[in-house]
Ligand binder design. Structure first.
Ligand code: 4AD
Ligand code: MG
Length: 480
């Protein structure tokens, strides 16, 4: 009989039919007269229960049905009397597709720690937790494309290899075809990048924004959704060296339009996940609840995962300026009692994640949009406000995460942009193509970047960013 995916077998319309299921054994239980095992094929969280008659099954086959082995099982799908499953497969034919030596297979039917699973990233997607995470990841990225498509945005593919440092932070991975052990040199003794493949020095992109702006100034509204790379200290639970970023860029949008769009997008995709990933989210919610129980009472969060997602949908994000936030922080009990590692003393200090989390988790208890930051602590492309000292920046801060979105209205005025770039030590030639857009038909425009893995953390309730991307890249880790 034809193979049917387990997600479909569990729906009910195949009950009574002769079917074939294929998948990996998750669990097995044997007694004298009956042999039970469950089969998961990744199509959904739940595994299919299979019942085999040991008297009818060759000894050789029975021996090879072990946790992790891949099987093709044919038989009749019948309504199940058992608890927790609607149907079961009564096997008449079992084929072993791939054995898994029980002495060696590391995933046994018990709870493994996330730390252990990180060490076997090549197998961890076969667990319930990681299966749920990566199905949700798929649905979330699909929801993001759908959101922008419904609003008339065009998806623009910006380059991975580039000569520009969009953020001006110098945290780039260099790309070169030169033999750096023995590089060609200029008469002055510098490495001669003219002899490199691109005839210049290049790096992996840190952001598609600047190229995205070129798209917005032609197509009106675009978004990128691609990998970005940062050679910053990513030894934290919130940073990766390779992460995925969604960057919309819109002509004729001012800062407030930008905030509205970002808030709408976040709510749209969270709602989509609740509607399309209910089974996986419920599983992760239970998982998170068990983790919470391990914590001391005062550290436990007031809401469960699903409640937290629902809460975000139902409340407008708090919007306040950097200046207002500094006042709140400066006067907070935390600051007075010196509980911050970095105390807030004066206007102009950059906010650390402890401050962001204080605002979100202790003060407002909901997502916060901070805007109008001091020019000195933000990137060169952000639009200078009338006060001459702040820029039209906006960051969105989420409970449990901190910064999830960073964006701004862009400086569209040629002279102002040139001066700001110069004051930040950026050479004019390096951004000549970018400056030109301000000479030919410049318009007010805005955009932002959403860190996809930070969104994944919020939606799945996981707490380490290395657990929401299949193959995390961080210092010392680039296997496969
Ligand atoms: O705030 P960032 O650096 O902003 C930009 O790159 C702008 N060019 C975006 C734009 O306006 N088009 O990064 C944007 C977001 C952050 O808010 C965070 O969610 C995420 O990207 N992010 C990281 N995520 C994981 N690992 C890292 N190392 C990250 N760095 C930033
Ligand atoms: Mg930022």
């Amino acid at each position: 009989s034809k193979r049917i995916e387990i997600r479909d077998l569990l729906q009910g319309q195949h009950t009574g039919a002769q079917v074939t299921a294929m998948g990996w054994v998750r669990n097995k239980r044997e007694s004298k007269n009956v042999f039970f095992f469950t089969l998961n094929d990744g199509s959904c969280l739940q595994a299919l229960q299979v019942v085999a008659d040991p008297a009818q099954t060759p000894e050789e086959v029975l021996r090879k049905i072990s946790v992790g082995a891949a099987l093709a099982v044919s038989g009749q799908l019948v309504a199940s009397q058992g608890k927790g499953q609607s149907v079961e497969l009564q096997a008449t034919d079992i084929r072993i597709l791939g054995e898994a030596d029980p002495e060696k297979y590391p995933l046994q039917p018990k709870k493994h720690s996330l730390e252990f699973l990180r060490e076997i990233a090549h197998l961890r997607m076969r667990t319930n937790t990681f299966g749920a995470i990566f199905r949700i990841r798929h649905h979330l990225q699909f929801a993001i494309h759908q959101f922008f498509n419904e609003r008339g945005f065009f998806n623009l593919h910006t380059p991975i290899i580039t000569a520009s440092d969009a953020e001006g932070a110098g945290e780039m991975f260099q790309v070169t075809t030169l033999d750096l052990k023995n590089p060609p040199r200029t008469p002055e003794g510098e490495i001669d990048y003219k002899q490199d493949f691109f005839e210049r020095s290049t790096n992996l992109t840190v952001s598609g924004q600047l190229e995205g702006e070129l798209g917005a100034l032609a197509l009106g509204k675009i978004y990128t959704f691609g990998p970005t790379f940062r050679a910053e200290n990513s030894n934290t639970s919130r940073h990766l060296a390779e992460f995925w970023m969604i960057e919309p860029e819109m002509a004729f949008y001012e800062l407030e339009d930008n905030m509205d769009l970002a808030e709408d997008m976040l709510k749209y995709v969270i709602r989509y996940a609740l509607e399309h990933c209910a089974e996986d989210l419920e599983f992760l919610a239970q998982r998170a609840e068990e983790e919470e129980k391990q914590k001391p009472q005062q550290e436990r969060s007031e809401m469960g995962l699903l409640q937290r997602l629902q809460f975000v949908l139902e409340h407008p994000f708090e919007r306040l300026s950097y200046t207002e936030a500094i006042e709140i922080l400066r006067n907070s009990q935390h600051n007075r009692k010196k509980k911050f590692q970095y105390l807030i003393e004066a206007w102009g200090t950059d906010l650390q994640s402890e401050h962001e989390r204080y605002l979100v988790e202790k003060h407002f208890k909901k997502p916060v949009i901070l805007y109008n930051y001091p020019a000195a602590i933000k990137s060169f492309y952000m639009r200078l406000n009338e006060d001459g000292k702040t820029v039209g920046a906006m960051d969105i801060l989420f409970p449990g995460i901190g910064e999830i979105v960073g964006g701004s209205q862009r400086e569209e005025r040629y002279q102002e942009l040139k001066e700001r770039a110069k004051s930040m030590g950026i050479e004019e030639e390096a951004i000549a193509w970018y400056l030109e857009t301000r000479q030919f038909g410049t318009v007010p425009h805005s955009g932002f970047g959403l860190g996809f893995e930070r969104l994944m953390l919020f939606v799945t309730g996981m707490t380490n960013i290395r657990d929401v991307i299949a193959f995390p890249r961080f210092p010392g880790s680039a296997e496969f």
